[in-house]
Design a protein around this ligand. Structure first.
Ligand SMILES: [Zn+2]
Length: 77
């Protein structure tokens, strides 16, 4: 897993934010290790990491913060 499968750019391992959506509900998990493309910014998570995040979200601990974020719609702009 060394090159981006979108643009061929170099992937670097770093901590990032994992955003998970299920049926209109969102969960955000910070400091998740990912391989991030230096060129296009695409994030790739390993199978093991994805499994860990999904396990965490199955029985989520108390959130560290509740966020209110602006939402946009490309079909309306
Ligand atoms: Zn890329």
């Amino acid at each position: 897993m060394n090159t981006c499968h979108f643009c061929g750019g170099e992937l670097k391992e770093q901590l990032t934010t994992f955003l998970y959506e299920d049926d209109g509900q969102f969960w955000l998990v910070r400091n998740v290790p990912a391989f991030v493309c230096a060129q296009c910014g695409e994030k790739e998570f390993s199978r093991a990491t994805t499994k860990q995040v999904l396990t965490l979200l199955r029985q989520p601990p108390r959130p560290v913060e509740i966020l209110h974020v602006p939402a946009y719609d490309m079909a309306l702009s």
